[in-house]
Write a protein that binds this ligand. Structure first.
Ligand SMILES: [Zn+2]
Length: 591
């Protein structure tokens, strides 16, 4: 049984833009999607073969080897450039907008693969989109999760309406690449980060297919465009990109909406967008001050409808950028400067690190579907199904963000010399840093962790944790060879997303600094010795005794736990190193 939507957009039957592209193509450059009316998709080898055929057909295309998957497959990207700017350096010299497009990060959600190859074909063979190359250079990753793509099965996507067999969501290490942008555990993500951080695209597109309730919309999208993307890049998205894209999609017969869901609020159903963090592709681009379009076509629409949606939303996004490509380039570079200018400025606005969807809303007509019950022979009860009847809800959309975590941007961070893993990860993200040449022993700003709670289940191969991070100023010794990470650089916001511990995807939250929470230097002491030491301290130090008794009176769980009572005294003693539960990375305001 193939699941399907109760309703398809009328214009999807002809899918005029797809048909025109197919008609203009030589047979050797047709994808399996086109050849099977989107009932099938081919193994990765076809995308690689078509990429090479495009390279042979046009001087403007080059296929790059960008990395190797865990199962040993070669990851490719196509560069499309009229200037033959096939390296990041040459692209930077060309001074054109660089647009990075990727498909198949979740390999079962695959219509972006064939349709982006069609777009490249239409730039260099059919020439319909050749004018784009006067103002832009394209970097295209046709399949990101290659190993997942090759794990073909008809059973990977139970709620998806074709193609017959597809790849898998996760990579071969069972990790979701679209949660790996910050921690970068997978070889695929490490390859992607090298591509992103060397080519430094001005705009990014990530093609997906979403599951979920049936609706009239054939495509939904999400973009950072509130305080989660620095202005003027954010303003460019809000004021110039989104309204124009909406208009163009509607003119072609698409029903496009922001990505989100209806929830009960204010005694009715209201529409809520989601607040994402930089573990996701489009918010990773945002912490690098780059607009990114998350495309989510709908799993219940036919694969052909989805292909049509991907082709058109990419085409109209690029056409929208082409109205003023220099405007986009200026906006993102000004956003880079705006962020970097906050470094070390205590009166600059704090940097947004996390938020929740706002109670603030504005009117929206949401195009849902009516539902009706039917009697089930299986359950013996009523089951709800969607009907082919539009339900145009007069409601409100919540598409703003209330900030929940923010921080002032210091001049930079110092990472102790021993924390090489943290420094290496920052380098992979393109962060500039230098090593200190002499020890620094002085007061620094950092955090003390409290109320630490490790999550009870593994998440993407990590046991994440929650904590409170209390700002403190303490005398701390930073050995020679520590890493000085200045924030006066265009990646300032990314650095804060990784190093401010309370940020949702910080390295501390992902569990990359867990030894900090393990207490002490390892040379413990038995109770038979520590209790007499503590008793002696209590007798010699009336002030400590007074503090201890106050704590006993105020904190019954403390008073009831012999181990933590003894630990309290140990922490007051000179045997304690004092750095347990202290964040090892410090915030520096003056060099
Ligand atoms: Zn997806």
């Amino acid at each position: 049984m193939v699941p399907h939507s109760a309703i398809e957009p009328p214009a999807a039957a002809a899918a005029a833009s797809l048909a025109a592209s197919t008609k203009a193509s030589p047979p050797a450059l047709l994808t399996t999607g086109e050849k099977t009316d989107w009932n099938e998709t081919a193994p990765y080898a076809e995308a690689v073969e078509i990429s090479h055929r495009l390279e042979r057909a046009s001087r403007f295309v080059k296929v790059l080897d960008i990395g190797t998957t865990p199962e040993g497959r070669t990851m490719i990207a196509l560069v499309v450039s009229k200037d033959r700017a096939f390296t990041p350096e040459a692209a930077a010299r060309a001074g054109k907008a660089v647009i990075l497009i990727q498909s198949g990060i979740h390999a079962g959600e695959i219509e972006g693969k064939d349709t982006v190859l069609m777009l490249v074909r239409d730039m260099v063979v059919g020439k319909k989109f050749a004018p784009w190359l006067d103002h832009a250079i394209f970097v295209v990753i046709p399949v990101f999760n290659v190993d997942g793509h090759e794990s073909f099965s008809p059973y990977h996507r139970p709620s998806q309406n074709g193609p017959k067999s597809t790849g898998l969501r996760n990579n071969a290490q069972r990790l979701n690449l679209n949660r790996d942008y910050i921690k970068a555990d997978t070889p695929e993500m490490r390859a992607w980060l090298r591509v992103f951080n060397s080519w430094m695209p001005d705009f990014h597109i990530d093609n997906h297919v979403t599951d979920g309730s049936d609706m009239q919309y054939d495509v939904t999208w999400d973009m950072a465009r509130n305080q989660d993307l620095a202005d003027p890049a954010g303003a460019w998205v809000r004021d110039r990109f989104v309204p124009e894209l909406d208009k163009r999609m509607a003119a072609d017969g698409h029903l496009a909406a922001p990505y989100g869901e209806l929830r009960n609020a204010n005694a009715r159903r209201e529409f809520f967008m989601e607040v994402f963090s930089p573990r996701y592709s489009h918010l990773y681009a945002a912490v690098q001050n780059r607009p990114s379009l998350l495309v989510e076509s709908h799993s219940l629409k036919s694969a052909k409808t989805r292909a049509w949606a991907h082709y058109d939303i990419m085409r109209h996004s690029i056409d929208t950028i082409m109205l003023d490509p220099e405007g986009l380039r200026r906006a993102v570079r000004d956003a880079d400067r705006e962020m970097a200018s906050r470094a070390g400025n205590r009166s600059a606005p704090p940097v947004y690190l996390a938020g929740k969807v706002s109670d603030k809303s504005r009117p929206l007509v949401y195009r849902a579907l009516k539902t009706g019950p039917y009697r089930s022979a299986v359950t013996g009860g009523n089951v709800t199904r969607y009907l082919a009847e539009p339900d145009d809800l007069e409601t409100r959309i919540h598409d703003q963000i209330d900030t929940t975590v923010e921080a002032q941007m210091p001049l930079g961070y110092l990472i102790p010399a021993a924390w090489t893993g943290v420094a290496d990860l920052l380098k992979l993200h393109g962060v500039e840093m230098e090593r200190t040449t002499k020890p620094l022993d002085r007061e620094f700003e950092t955090y003390r962790f409290g109320n630490t709670r490790f999550q009870s289940a593994s998440n993407e191969g990590h046991v994440m944790l929650d904590f409170e991070a209390r700002p403190v100023t303490e005398k701390i010794m930073m050995p020679a060879g520590s890493y000085w990470v200045p924030l006066k650089q265009r990646r300032a916001r990314l650095i804060m997303a990784m190093l401010e511990p309370q940020a949702p995807d910080s390295l501390a939250r992902w569990g990359l600094l867990n030894s900090v929470f393990e207490g002490g230097r390892g040379d413990g002491v038995g109770e038979y010795l520590s209790e007499p030491i503590a008793r002696r301290m209590m007798a010699d130090n009336p002030e400590l005794r007074r503090q201890f008794e106050a704590r006993l009176a105020a904190d019954p769980p403390f008073a009831a736990d012999p181990r933590v009572r003894l630990q309290w005294w140990f922490q007051q003693s000179r045997y304690d190193a004092g750095d347990s539960g202290r964040y090892p990375i410090v915030r520096v305001w003056e060099k």
